[in-house]
Design a protein around this ligand. Sequence first.
Ligand code: PBG
Length: 327
Amino acid sequence: MTFPTTRLRRFRATPALRALVRETTLEPGDLVAPLFVCPGEKIRRPIASMPGQAQLSIDEAVLEAKQLADLGVGGVILFGIPEKKDAVGSGGYAKDGIVPRALRAMRQSAPGLLLWADVCLCEYTDHGHCGVLTGERVDNDASLPLLARAAVAYAEAGADIVAPSDMMDGRVGAIRKALDAAGLAETPIVSYAAKYASAFYGPFREAAESAPQFGDRRGYQMDPSNGDEALREVALDLEEGADMVMVKPALPYLDIIHRVKERFGVPVAAYNVSGEYSMLKAAAERGWLDGERAALEALTSIRRAGADVIVTYHAKEIAPILGKKFP
Ligand code: PBG
């Protein structure tokens, strides 16, 4: 049927009609808020390149987590900034490291909130790479037991979900095995399966103080030109026991999110990364666009592409207006 029989504008006429045929939903519970936890007390150190975000000491991070829980946000994902860094990233898997301590504190005071722990060594190594080095190369197999130790330390401290973001081959299997051996067979793994070597991580590296001190991450993160390879990464992580797979970044990789969802039909997360957030904030600060509407549209597009869950710095500002905007 064509015009004038078919008029697609009929369902666009009023808020109620638009709501009736809306295909994609976005709810606070779909969002996971990243938190950067640092040593000290009563610290809220703003991150210049990420307006509205800050490094938080554990007491402050606990308050933040409670607020997010009250807003109905689905969870938080913790990144740690350790007291000191070393070549092997030992702060990342110490049982009393910054993230386990934060997890224990949050577990007590925000009992219902899902606590995700990012598993990677880059915040904890003095060279800033995501694994340990042999010469100047990140040594895949030598990194696996350390990542597995980190995952166990976080799960023991109360993490509901561990999320390896290091991109070493075989880490999901190594982590699954270690968790099971530690009696943590029920702890799910959300793997950053298709994680690209992206320029959009720039602000995060300021936030987490994790910029590589030499070279870059192209030796282990994916080439932005590749799509089929992302499906292979996802297939391998699922075989190794991943319970949910993540695509990262989100907006420049909506095609990948879509392909992963279509092909595998498993729970999919997408990470709306620091640079995606900062771009919108910078433009909004200049009055170049409506930051709130742009964020809603961006997050909705990530859901429409196929993501069940979105890790996003917008969580706190967007959660309260969900369901009220886009009339
Ligand atoms: C750690 C990690 C990174 C991000 C999440 N986990 C940075 C990186 O790989 O350099 C980036 C998140 C963001 O940009 O918001 N490996």
